[in-house]
Design a protein around this ligand. Sequence first.
Ligand code: MEV
Length: 360
Amino acid sequence: MQERRARWAKTLGVSAVEVDAALAEAGLTIADAERLSEQVVGVHGLPLGLVVGLPLDGAAHVVPMAIEEPSVVAAANHGAKMARAAQNVGFRSTSMGGVMTAQIHLQNAGEVLTAADESQVREAADASVPNLVARGGGARDLRVRRLAPDLVCVELDVDCQEAMGANLTDTVAEAVAPVLAKVLGGEVVMAILTNLCAGRRTRVELAVPEAAVGGAHVASRIALASRIAALDPARACTHNKGVLNGIEAVAVATGNDWRAVSAGAHAWAASTGAYQPLATWTHADETLYGVLELPLALGVVGGARRLHRAAALAARPLTRRVLEAEATAVGLACNLAALRALVDEGIQRGHMKLAKRGQP
Ligand code: MEV
């Protein structure tokens, strides 16, 4: 444990003493827990583990995961190990930037916004988040959709820069709602962000030599498992659960809203009308190709991290963009390891060996 902590401290650029202090009392003192939430009776602990040597965009990353299921941290590390065989960069990430979307639903309203209306809405939006505007963020695209003869939805994109952005987007939504009611008529029903933040997607790709996953036969069966998930929503659900095992454990470790992550991921998976696998695999030219893309809003400052010392430490050296890329790469690593086990020896052998660890 001490060796692992020392290695993590080095990655984080802090002393081992600082790591020990942040992780004391499960990373959250009872006094801080009382400040963080309501009706508090204690602090609920989870094991905090590490993915070591995750190859991402040409560098080796150490990524924390908070999760009770032992096989998930093992799967992430196994996936990272297989990905290290992808010579050049390992996982390769691309990101759309920090845009969230505010939704304002109105009843009995019009749907035509003039240029003057639009600038009034944007002005109200920017005036509600002056610090964000000073940092280069603020109101962006504006769309109006008619949902039903009596219902309209106005969507306003908000560039949240380095923030996770939920609070900022909710603030903007509430600030522009009365302006919209004035220019479109009708009545505001509600104003809040959407967790389907389609303008804030992270994509991670991996091209791994088939030999690294057990040879041509196993690689083609991993691609077959991906095809099955695309044909069968019940299998896609479990396939995506394996992806989210990794992403949500990183979200929890870094003090992020993992419910927002899962809501956005499942809505994205169903966005074509048929529930689809988030991660897909193909096999060609002696190489296994994997892609995972999903909406993902994580933060590295503020929020629970103000009081949760372990989460603040875990998120400390990162930018939002790097954390989102790391979490997505861990999700693809977990999926690769799960499929590798499923199409070969079966999940129970390795999984159950680990699951039995905690039993008396
Ligand atoms: C278990 O936590 C996750 C798996 O079920 C994922 C999958 O089936 O792909 C093993």
